[in-house]
Design a protein around this ligand. Structure first.
Ligand SMILES: C=C(O[C@@H]1C=C(C(=O)O)C=C[C@H]1O)C(=O)O
Length: 253
């Protein structure tokens, strides 16, 4: 009956995930303009009023505080990386559609996304080196993190539509808190394959050198399409499914 209210369909949710691929690929391309710039990831670089935090951590916390004040986290699609002690929104309340079960609010896997991004992904697509552009680089990192986080937590909406479409199939494994059965119910291997191929193609299309006349830089991309495909196959898709499962486990609470 809720379905009629908000008209949400699996196709709409998938279209949004496809659109979000653009943001993810572009944010990776923008980050790849800068080398690793590792000093900003070391705790106690500079003299920051955040005690032992790295410059990057300081940057993210301060930016999230500003964005929280401007209402960013009022949107159920947004999840902060440092949710503790965020200031309240100071803008008038916007009535976002209430689509999800209230338990969705308790799910935030940004710690896992943070570790994956800095420890695994980053070294795969940025050049080594240091050009001193730490603030710009930190801003690009946060763009990547936020785009990835939004996509992965979109799993809540994916799970909600799948649950509504096949409530009878989902209820028994939810009651049994059976993760494996839920995982196989919500998996569509053909969709996953298409996603991995499409993001590689987007990395080729968006990351090519655009030239007039001769196609000089053929085969050279700003971010390796194979890395983008692996990012999705190894982390984005599995983490989206993890969010889907966490949501479904609480769906009947
Ligand atoms: C997101 C979905 O659920 C699962 C996860 C996918 C993904 O993260 O891209 C793709 C297919 C499903 O196995 C979906 O069905 O679209």
């Amino acid at each position: 009956q809720k379905m009629a209210e908000d008209g949400l369909t699996l196709q709409m949710v998938r279209d949004s995930l496809i659109r979000q691929e653009d943001s993810i690929v572009f944010s990776l391309i923008e980050r790849a303009r800068f080398p690793l710039n590792s000093p900003m990831y070391h705790p106690s670089y500079g003299s920051l009023p955040g005690l032992s935090a790295s410059l990057l951590q300081f940057f993210v916390k301060q930016t999230e505080a500003v964005q929280a004040t401007a209402g960013r986290y009022e949107n159920p699609e947004e999840h902060p990386f440092f949710p503790d002690n965020l200031p309240p929104s100071l803008v008038p309340h916007f009535k976002y559609p209430e689509v999800l079960h209230p338990a969705a609010m308790s799910i935030n896997i940004n710690k896992v996304i943070w570790d994956m991004y800095f420890n695994k992904l980053l070294p795969l697509f940025v050049a080594p080196g240091d050009d001193g552009n730490y603030a710009s680089t930190a801003a690009r990192d946060l763009e990547c993190l936020q785009a990835l986080s939004r996509r992965i937590h979109y799993g809540k909406l994916v799970a909600e539509v799948k649950f509504r479409d096949e409530q009878k199939d989902y209820e028994p494994p939810i009651r049994a808190q059976d993760r494996d059965t839920l995982a196989s119910l919500l998996t569509f291997a053909d969709v996953e394959e298409a996603v991995k191929k499409r993001v590689a193609k987007k990395a080729m299309t968006f990351g090519q050198e655009v030239k007039l006349g001769d196609d000089g830089g053929k085969g050279k991309y700003k971010v390796d399409p194979a890395v983008v495909s692996a990012l999705y196959g190894d982390w984005v898709i599995p983490l989206t499914k993890e969010v889907e499962i966490e949501y479904l486990l609480r769906r009947l609470d």
